[in-house]
Ligand binder design. Structure first.
Ligand SMILES: [Zn+2]
Length: 120
């Protein structure tokens, strides 16, 4: 009897986990992107109305070159040592932000930031 209860609890937790991950993957995508440094918002960009452009964000002599094109955003070039931000490519999912650890830079969909705030 006790075992049955445990199995049911485990099944419920498992099901919630699946629902949770589906929610994260399919969470309604906004077109508003924020560029943050140490949780301070540097830019808020609406990709639907943003004009194609490239601009530099500097941090202690290090530069991330951000490109906005066809309603998408990415780090085109960076002089950080690991280049993780460049390799991430275009920002496509609210589950995967573009992060440049050496330059303290994060680019993510705004909705993701709000979910994070609620989770904390
Ligand atoms: Zn980087």
């Amino acid at each position: 009897m006790k075992n049955k209860v445990l199995i049911i609890i485990a099944a419920v937790i498992f099901a919630l986990g699946i629902v949770g991950s589906i929610f994260v993957i399919n969470s309604p995508k906004t077109d508003t992107v924020v560029i943050k440094r140490d949780d301070k918002i540097l830019y808020t960009i609406d990709l639907r109305t943003a004009t194609d452009r490239t601009f530099d964000i500097e941090f202690r002599g290090s530069v991330n070159t951000v490109e906005i094109k066809d309603g998408r955003i990415r780090v085109k070039e960076a002089d950080c040592p690991d280049k993780v931000c460049v390799k991430t490519g275009w920002l496509s999912s609210s589950a995967i932000p573009i992060v440049c650890l050496p330059n303290h830079l994060v680019i993510e969909f705004k909705e993701n930031a709000e979910v994070d705030a609620v989770a904390k």
